[in-house]
Design a protein around this ligand. Structure first.
Ligand SMILES: [Zn+2]
Length: 124
């Protein structure tokens, strides 16, 4: 991968990404817990709650909560791992480089989404 170009202030983006990471972590902790075997993986619900309860009504509630937490957790988890990946790239010196074409990612695009992995042309 091509080395990062000098068109961006990585220190500025590192600070933004770290701030976003801690916000995402707080949001993730409110609906789930970290998978003890894989730090990049989050699981819905509290760590020690069993879905199965003695009362069927409680079980139904637990299932509903689990599904709701899963729906909230998944997009947060994706963004969380994208932000971690962007911070890794800053460390490696490859931040701001399109992962598809190798060209610089537009500064406006990084301003809008500091965890962007591609340039506008390769966006989708
Ligand atoms: Zn590109």
């Amino acid at each position: 991968m091509k080395k990062q170009t000098s068109h961006i202030d990585t220190e500025y983006f590192r600070k933004r990404l770290e701030k976003e990471l801690s916000t995402l972590e707080a949001d993730l902790k409110s609906v789930g817990h970290r998978n003890t075997e894989n730090a990049r993986d989050w699981e819905p619900g509290a760590n020690d709650v069993d879905i199965e309860a003695s009362d069927p009504a409680d079980t139904a509630d637990n299932i509903e909560n689990y599904e709701l937490n899963t729906a909230i957790l998944k997009p947060l988890e994706i963004q969380y791992n994208d932000v971690r990946r962007a911070l890794d790239k800053i460390k490696k010196g490859t931040y701001g480089v399109c992962e598809i074409g190798g060209e610089p990612i537009e500064k406006e695009r990084l301003e809008a989404n500091p965890a962007a992995k591609t340039c506008l042309r390769h966006k989708d």
